[in-house]
Write a protein that binds this ligand. Structure first.
Ligand SMILES: [Zn+2]
Length: 344
């Protein structure tokens, strides 16, 4: 099978970030479009096209495959589409060995605090059964129905040593390749709330979308929450880790890219009850002004509960039917009118 080297190189220049040729090793190095270099996009070049082996690997996410497989991944082309495109290249061809092996992925780079314990893993929990912090974390998780919620993460962590995130529940954000690329931690102890923020994001981490790897095609809605825990209770729930009140960008650059494949889904923003929270009111109004569709809490639930997690705890629910959000969402003038009824 013949694919011209120049074709591959063109694809590499097209999809990898800020490429450079390294003459000494006959390689091209660039920002990896698959992991986006973690939080180092624009700074590091850990994606390497090894011309001699016709292979592309990334020292950050561990991607390793022949160049053609890499192109199918980053360009979204099938093998045949690549063959057809490559035919147009009227240049010296390069022998390429067709490989049917799946790309070999190394273990994802350790991105959580190093000593993190997965409290969804019974074996790990057994080992820590006499640890008070772990036990308190598990109690909180059960009390908040986090361990049974339908859109919970696959893992949930506690660090006992990390300088910033210790003694907090760490919620992982997986990317579309099931790698943890971001996390947010939540306080376990109420009494810590006077001293520490309830939620903390990974330091220097680029905000990712929660459970973007779990968006299902069976439902053409995506529910965008501010914090992940509320989004645990609805199918196609995701979370942005906070909206900047004074910024016009609701999504980070990475989040925009993660949403791109879902552009035909209808997005509904779900914030805390506007009946109780003035910050939520302001944010809802801003979202309406920028043309977004928002869930407006119905009076009955909105006066009783401050957020979705509270509602689920009180009503003993592990999931909320998407229709609850769809039926109570609106945009534009209609949304503005509904908001004005809340705040007379
Ligand atoms: Zn990578």
């Amino acid at each position: 099978m013949l694919i011209p080297f120049e074709y591959i190189l063109q694809k590499f220049y097209q999809y990898a970030g800020y490429p450079q040729f390294k003459k000494s090793s006959n390689t091209y190095i660039a920002g990896c479009p698959i992991c986006r270099e973690g939080s180092s996009w624009g700074k590091k070049r850990r994606c390497i096209y090894i011309v001699e082996d016709n292979a592309i690997c990334c020292h950050n996410c561990g991607w390793y495959s022949d160049a053609i497989k890499w192109i199918t991944e980053v360009a979204g082309l099938t093998f045949n589409e690549i063959l057809n495109e490559a035919k147009e290249f009227d240049i010296l061809p390069l022998e390429v060995i067709k490989s049917n092996d799946a790309p070999v992925k190394a273990k994802p780079v350790e991105r959580l605090p190093l000593d993190s314990i997965n409290i969804f893993d019974e074996n790990q929990i057994k080992f820590f059964e006499n640890n008070n912090i772990i036990n308190d974390a598990i109690d909180l998780v059960k009390q908040r129905r986090i361990d049974t919620a339908i859109n919970r993460p696959d893992t949930l962590w506690v660090s006992l040593k990390d300088k910033v995130h210790k003694n907090r529940i760490i919620i992982p954000f997986y990317d579309e390749h099931n790698n943890i690329i971001f996390y947010q931690s939540r306080l376990i102890y109420k009494e810590d709330m006077r001293l520490y923020p309830k939620y903390l994001s990974k330091i220097n981490g680029e905000k990712s979308l929660y459970n973007i790897n779990k968006i299902s095609q069976d439902l053409d809605y995506i529910f965008v929450f501010e914090g992940p825990i509320d989004s645990f209770f609805v199918k196609n729930g995701t979370a942005v880790s906070g909206i900047q009140e004074n910024s016009s960008n609701t999504f980070s650059l990475l989040q925009e890219q993660q949403l791109a494949p879902f552009r035909f889904y209808k997005k509904i923003w779900v914030l805390d009850s506007q009946w109780q929270d003035s910050a939520s009111k302001t944010k809802t109004q801003k979202l309406i002004d920028s043309g977004e569709t928002v869930f407006i809490w119905p009076e009955e639930q909105g006066k009783k509960y401050k957020d979705i997690n509270d509602l689920c705890i009180a009503e003993k629910l592990d999931k909320i039917d998407p229709s609850f959000f769809i039926d109570n969402s609106s945009s534009g003038i209609k949304a503005k009118l509904q908001m004005s009824v809340i705040y007379r």
